[in-house]
Design a protein around this ligand. Structure first.
Ligand code: BTN
Length: 251
């Protein structure tokens, strides 16, 4: 077991905790940054991550790499972030059902059976040629926010909406504990693959024009999909949708 002694930095206001973690890697090998608010919080695909002051968790773990990583190693950080977030949420709310939606949205089943997003993970690798200089795992978890932008109001939720009043600091402590555990998990890609539970599922393009069957989550984190005529690789869940399997109980 690796024991990470991780310097932790807290800020009131930052642009994005991912940016500050990256900057601090000039002086640290590994670093954690969290903040009360982000002025330029970002999600995947260039989306804005709404980051109201003291309402939610804005957490980033940075690792100085300065080496080549295999595609499998690179993808494993995606798995670490997703699993740490879902581990934390399951610890906070053991009676709720959470699932990871490919690639890394954490979704929860609401009391009315609708499915909403409560957490997102943004993993960034900085390259110099083929050398990965740093890896940043950014995790956002909605805690006290109850009002979202109109386009998100029906899609997003928070611990407060789920009936849980949690302190940001306590959620930080749990996420931090879980991410350190998952960094030490040698089988993290298999754990994530199992958690995704997407193999064999039908994936439909958002415009509804094409449907594929997912054959496998590959070691580099992409999806091998069968179109009926041939196989394609899918690297982003953004243009596709599939039915999340909540089964009968929480896992
Ligand atoms: C997504 O779902 O699109 C990913 C959202 C990631 C948000 C977190 S909040 C902490 C870190 N800093 C950022 O600017 N983004 C990530």
């Amino acid at each position: 077991m690796l024991h990470y002694k991780v310097p932790i930095f807290h800020f009131t206001t930052v642009t994005s905790t991912n940016d500050i973690a990256r900057e601090l890697l000039a002086q640290e090998d590994i670093v954690v940054v969290y903040a009360d608010e982000q002025t330029h919080g970002r999600g995947r695909h260039g989306k804005i991550w709404n980051s109201e002051r003291r309402k939610n968790l804005y957490y980033s773990l940075g690792i100085r790499q300065n080496k080549m990583l295999t595609a499998h190693e690179t993808a494993s950080y995606q798995a670490v972030g997703g699993m740490a977030a879902i581990d934390a949420l399951r610890k906070i709310l053991p009676d709720k059902q959470f699932r990871v939606k490919y690639p890394n949205d954490i979704m929860v089943k609401m009391d009315d059976a609708s499915i909403k997003k409560i957490s997102g993970i943004l993993v960034e690798h900085d390259y110099l040629g083929s050398i990965v200089q740093s890896t940043i795992i950014g995790i956002g978890i909605n805690i006290e926010q109850t009002i979202f932008d109109s386009d998100l109001q029906n899609k997003a939720t928070s611990l407060a909406i789920l009936g849980c009043s949690a302190f940001v600091q306590d959620v930080f402590d749990i996420v931090h504990e879980k991410i350190i555990n998952r960094l030490n998990d040698k089988n993290i890609m298999d754990v994530w693959r199992q958690e995704l539970n997407i193999e064999g599922k039908l994936l439909t393009m958002r415009d509804g024009k094409e449907t594929f069957t997912i054959q496998k989550v590959l070691d580099d984190g992409t999806l091998l999909a069968d179109t009926g005529d041939n196989c394609i690789i899918i690297s982003s869940g953004e243009s596709y949708q599939y039915k999340l399997d909540f089964g009968d109980g929480n896992r």
